[in-house]
Structures are given as C-alpha cells and as structure tokens.
Design a protein around this ligand. Structure first.
Ligand code: ZN
Length: 133
C-alpha cells in the first residue's frame, strides 16, 4: 500500500466553539468551517496546516465514539489519519498481515472522504485512520 502523507490529526474537544480559539486565534490557523457526520455522532472542524490539517471532533450524542473517548481519556489527541492512494487495497493488505481493523470496509467521513480505522491494539496504542480523498 502507498501512504501519501499525514492527512490530519484528530483532536477530541467538548466544544468546537470553545476549543477552536487556540487553533484559530492563538496559532492563527484558518477555520474552514464545521460539518456534522450524523452516522458517527460527531461534528468536525478542519484547520488546514500546510499539506495537512487539524481536525477538531465534538460529539453530538453522549453515546458517540468521541464522547466515550473523552469520558475515558479526557479531551486531547485522538487519532492520526494517513492519506492512502487506494483505501480498499490498503485494508486488504493490512487484513492479510493480520492487523486488527475497526472498519473492514471504508465508510464516508467528513468532506466525503473514504475512511477506515485500525484498532489501537494493532498499532501500539494509537488510533490510526486511513483516508482516501
Ligand atoms: Zn479523522
């Protein structure tokens, strides 16, 4: 499989409205606007940084994955996303290598990207997302 670059870093926040100040006002990153992905019970906000982006994640429901993450670990760094050339190919290759996947087939994430998560148990504790745009 071909990993092209770090696409974005996902950061879990209680509130994008409160959380975005550091990224936009202090660091001066451009706020690209927020988007809700209902299926994932999350609202995301993207801040482009060079070739990559910072993604803030706010849960839309108490039982959503981001809410559960914050409940366990608190706000902060949640996942790293790598852009791949072909996500189906990448998932097939990882499966063949015995890597535990959260998503065996890609789903549609923010911005219409195809995304899939690998299980942190297979990556040394880091939640890894693959995405193809
Ligand atoms: Zn992400």
């Amino acid at each position: 499989m071909k990993v092209l670059k770090i696409d974005h870093l996902g950061i879990a926040v209680n509130s994008i409205e409160d959380g975005k100040n550091f990224w936009s006002d202090v660091l001066g990153l451009e706020f690209e606007g927020a988007e809700t992905v209902q299926e994932q019970k999350v609202t995301t906000a993207f801040f482009p940084v060079g070739e990559s982006e910072v993604e803030l994640l706010e849960s839309t429901a108490p039982d959503g994955p981001v809410a559960k993450f914050i409940e366990k670990k608190g706000q902060g760094f949640q996942h790293v996303a790598f852009r791949v050339e072909n996500i189906e190919e990448a998932l097939a290759e990882l499966k063949e290598k015995g890597i535990k996947l959260i998503d065996e087939t890609p789903r549609i994430g923010a911005g219409g990207a195809k995304i899939a998560f690998l299980h942190p148990k297979a990556t040394g504790g880091v939640l890894v997302e693959l995405c193809q745009r």
